[in-house]
Design a protein around this ligand. Sequence first.
Ligand SMILES: [Zn+2]
Ligand SMILES: [Zn+2]
Ligand SMILES: [Zn+2]
Length: 90
Amino acid sequence: MSTLCQHLTTLDTQHLRRDTQHICPECVALGSTWVHLRICQACGHVGCCDDSPNKHATKHFHATQHPVITSAEPGERWAWCYVDEDLREY
Ligand SMILES: [Zn+2]
Ligand SMILES: [Zn+2]
Ligand SMILES: [Zn+2]
């Protein structure tokens, strides 16, 4: 039996934080590139995925402990909790 992730079960998927510019600002500052973008649902931080060289979304979690990200990619509808390592599609 796995325990339910409370971060994901209480996530309001009707009112998710969205990205507006569709860039990873930290990669832009570095002059780097990214593969996919993720959005922190605690603060709206936009960072790049673990397939990207700089992994800014995961670095943001380690820096802030904000648990939940969603994909910023069009057509992708899922949320990931770093704390519980759990995925929820919505
Ligand atoms: Zn969780
Ligand atoms: Zn990045
Ligand atoms: Zn955050």
